[in-house]
Design a protein around this ligand. Structure first.
Ligand SMILES: [Zn+2]
Length: 619
């Protein structure tokens, strides 16, 4: 038995959860107001039979004791395991390999170096006269001393070896300072301070550890903003500035506001708007989204008026890349919203203003601007139509051409209908004409996609009886053929019931590379991972890419079917109990909201049937 199983066997989820949440009995199960979002009526349930929990309210998510602890304590899987093992009295044999141990020591030591550097830069800003310029700059932007202290803002002086001498004096080897990115190696191998005469922003991960720095030039130096390079602990595209301080508020308010810059975060937090983080000037990455996904599904992206004024949808139907702090493409966002039942809104800033300026001028205006944020699709629609000449038929066709692919991407038929109607009003074109055009477009698309997927006569079907073999089959396939990721974009951690599989899947989403996966994984999961990586597949699959893709798509459908079935049976059970104990009408209504599940299941059957029919006719 694995230590994970042993921990699960020894601990009862009801007991573990009640240490954090006041549970109330509801039939065989327990309920409470959800600890992860704010609500009045309980929609958070614990199921002792399944040893699982689920929030049927705004979170719509659930899991086992591990996921509960990870979410509640804000820790990673390994830390949750240690915490729970201690509770269960299960001894963890640290089967660490020397390599892993060395790596984790290196990471810890880099965190310590960064921490010491941050404290020193901060000390210099507050206490030295050479920092006067830096101090004038930041206070001139309206930032208070309290905020400077809260975010440990610092100053890196003009010299070439200030931080080098300080940290070497504390016994840090030069080699480590180079790895940490605090030093740069010049010609003839001589190293010097990377950050000179800059205002320093320590960047922390969600657990509050300093991973790297952003430094703003105080003179004409370029770049204006200089970041730490990629290090074993710093990955710019996986960082969100302010996340350590914002996480609690994002969860409480069930919304994250994403701005571009450090100063915007400081200003927002200073005025009590603490659910604000910065993407640090990059387009939002999958990694950043994965961090936020654990906290909320409601994202508001702040966009300055200049960018927003530009044509939001380019000729190819994709959103202009310049449109920061977003997006790989508009399709990407629609899919993200669909896959995670998320809502992405766009906040348009007043012309020529950054968020920090808006807040500093009149902080009461900020909540109003947030309230005016538009759902992304509305925003796209309006900006596509804004440049339209209402008298020009040609213009109208162009807009329809641009927007149809987006409509086609929407999975929810109600959402699609809503926007079809909207478009009809905006363009003053009959709705029937538009829906006809969309139908034709769909048909062409289907043909195109059908043709693209190569014919296959036999499918190596993952015919599996119980739940976790299916999960394992899917993961094994994915780990051995990483390119299949495109076929399982719809999968979320909710599709994995088994603790180990779920953690593997989550970690995989972040790194996407078997070698990296190993490095980032808790040792307790290595054996399981190795089993999956070495699993053998039949030659019909190994030799044929299209078979692999079909098989993966089949896996995804089955996992989704199972997820919906589980959800449905939980809901039915709760409804029965609530009815029996005379639950309030409000609670029942809330649970019933979710009963569109049978419809979703029906859609899956239709999809499966179509697929089988298609395969038959092709074969
Ligand atoms: Zn909840």
């Amino acid at each position: 038995m694995s230590v994970i199983d042993e921990v699960k066997l020894k601990l009862d989820i009801v007991q573990v959860v009640s240490e954090y949440v006041k549970l109330q009995k509801a039939g065989r199960n327990y309920k409470s107001v959800c600890p992860f979002h704010s609500e009045k009526d309980p929609s958070f349930f614990v199921f002792p039979d399944r040893q699982s929990w689920h929030c049927f309210g705004a979170c719509g998510t659930g899991g086992d004791i591990f996921s509960f602890i990870m979410k509640k304590e804000g820790v990673d899987f390994g830390q949750a395991l240690r915490l729970l093992a201690a509770k269960a009295g299960v001894a963890l044999i640290e089967q660490t390999s020397p390599k892993r141990e060395a790596e984790s020591r290196e990471r810890e030591s880099l965190f310590e170096i960064n921490e010491a550097a941050a404290a020193y830069f901060h000390h210099l800003l507050l206490n030295t006269s050479s920092a006067a310029n830096a101090m004038n700059y930041i206070t001139g932007r309206g930032i208070s001393t309290d905020t400077i202290k809260e975010f440990q803002i610092g100053y890196a002086p003009e010299g070439w070896d200030t931080i080098k001498q300080f940290l070497q004096g504390k016994g840090c080897p030069e080699a480590e300072l180079l790895i940490a990115g605090l030093l740069v190696e010049g010609e003839n191998k001589k190293s010097y301070d990377r950050f000179r005469n800059r205002l320093m922003f320590p960047i922390r991960n969600i657990q509050g550890k300093v991973t790297g720095f952003g430094g703003r030039a105080l003179d004409d130096s370029l770049p204006k903003y200089l970041n730490s390079p990629q290090t074993p602990v710093f990955d710019k595209s996986g960082s969100l500035y302010g996340i350590d301080r914002a996480k609690t508020y994002i969860r409480q308010q069930d919304r994250a506001v994403i701005v571009e810059g450090y100063m915007d975060v400081l200003a927002a937090h200073q005025y009590g708007y603490k659910n604000v983080v910065a993407s640090m000037g990059t387009a939002m990455s999958d990694k950043q989204l994965a961090i936020l996904k654990g906290l909320t599904r409601n994202l508001v992206l702040a966009l300055d008026a200049d960018t927003a004024g530009e044509d939001a949808v380019s000729r190819s139907g994709e959103m202009v890349d310049k449109m920061l702090p977003v997006p790989p493409s508009f399709y990407g966002w629609i899919k993200y919203e669909d896959a995670h039942k998320a809502e992405v809104k766009i906040l348009i800033l007043p012309p020529g203003k950054d968020p920090d300026e808006v807040i500093m001028e009149d902080s009461a205006r900020w909540p109003k601007i947030i309230a005016d944020a538009k759902p992304m699709v509305d925003f796209i629609f309006e900006s596509a139509v804004a440049k339209l000449n209402p008298e020009s038929a040609r213009d109208k066709s162009t807009v329809v051409e641009k927007l149809l692919p987006l409509l086609n991407e929407m999975k929810d038929p109600i959402r699609q209908a809503h926007y079809l109607e909207r478009l009809s009003r905006l363009l003053k074109v009959d709705e029937h004409v538009l829906s006809d055009t969309l139908r034709k477009f769909k048909a062409t698309e289907r043909k195109r996609r059908g043709a693209a997927s190569v014919k296959s006569s036999s499918i190596a079907s993952p015919m599996v009886a119980s739940s976790s073999p299916l999960e394992q089959y899917c993961l094994a396939l994915l780990f051995q053929y990483p390119e299949l990721k495109v076929d399982c974009k719809e999968l979320t951690s909710e599709h994995f019931v088994n603790t180990e599989n779920r953690e593997l899947f989550d970690k995989w989403q972040l790194c996407n590379n078997p070698a990296l996966l190993k490095d980032n994984l808790d040792v307790s999961l290595l054996e399981h991972l190795n089993k999956l990586i070495s699993r053998e597949f039949p030659s019909v699959l190994t030799e044929n890419e299209s078979v692999r893709r079909e098989t993966m798509q089949e896996c995804v459908v089955r996992l989704e079917e199972r997820r919906l079935r589980n959800l449905e049976s939980q809901k039915q059970e709760l409804l029965a109990i609530e009815a029996a104990i005379g639950g309030t009408a409000g609670q029942l209504a809330k649970l019933e909201e979710g009963l569109e599940i049978p419809k979703q299941l029906r859609d899956i059957f239709i999809k499966q049937n179509n697929r089988h029919r298609q395969i038959k006719s092709e074969g």
